[in-house]
Write a protein that binds this ligand. Structure first.
Ligand code: 4NP
Length: 166
């Protein structure tokens, strides 16, 4: 009988609606984690600060862009809950508004320390760089979100491997 081990690290990607940016980040990073053989070690999740799209699949445009790149987005939208601060090691915000909304929910310095801008893990991105909201724009915005998530995911995975020795 093999023991079921809790993942060593747990990350949650956060945007506003949980239908465009954070599902893309979850899909891209989760794919990389799988390729690295770290599925049992790194747990990957996503949520939105707003509840409007609760229960929905990711936006069709986000799913189509990901599918073009060989990744299936399967997440179902949900709103951030208090337990996210306990369950996860990193809450990876797409933009400054997401950071501010998460800061307002945090109850301790330890919880606040878990909140980071996702792109801060991309060594080539300027400081305070955001993943811009593509919802009201055209398909090129979704392609850019995918590219930004790919670059930041590489940096995030390298960071976790280094800090957790995996
Ligand atoms: P997301 O994009 O935060 O990347 O999921 C949005 C999705 C929906 C809305 C805004 C942003 N909305 O206003 O409904």
């Amino acid at each position: 009988m093999s023991a079921i081990r809790k993942p060593a690290v747990s990350v949650c990607f956060i945007c506003l609606g949980n239908i465009c940016r954070s599902p893309t980040a979850e899909g891209v990073f989760g794919h990389m984690v799988g390729l690295a053989g770290l599925r049992e070690v790194i747990a990957v999740d996503s949520a939105g600060t707003g509840a409007w799209h609760k229960g929905e699949l990711a936006d069709k445009r986000a799913r189509e862009e990901a599918a073009r790149r060989g990744i299936e987005l399967r997440s179902v939208a949900r709103q951030v809950v208090r337990q996210d601060f306990e369950r996860h090691d990193l809450l990876l915000a797409m933009d400054g508004n997401n950071v501010a909304d998460l800061q307002a929910l945090a109850r301790s310095d330890a919880e606040r320390a878990k909140i980071r801008l996702f792109r801060s893990f991309d060594p080539l991105s300027p400081s305070e760089a955001e993943v811009p909201d593509p919802y009201y724009g055209g398909p090129e915005g979704f392609a850019r979100v995918f590219d930004l998530c790919t670059a930041a995911s590489k940096g995030l995975l390298a960071h976790i491997r280094k800090t957790h020795g995996v």
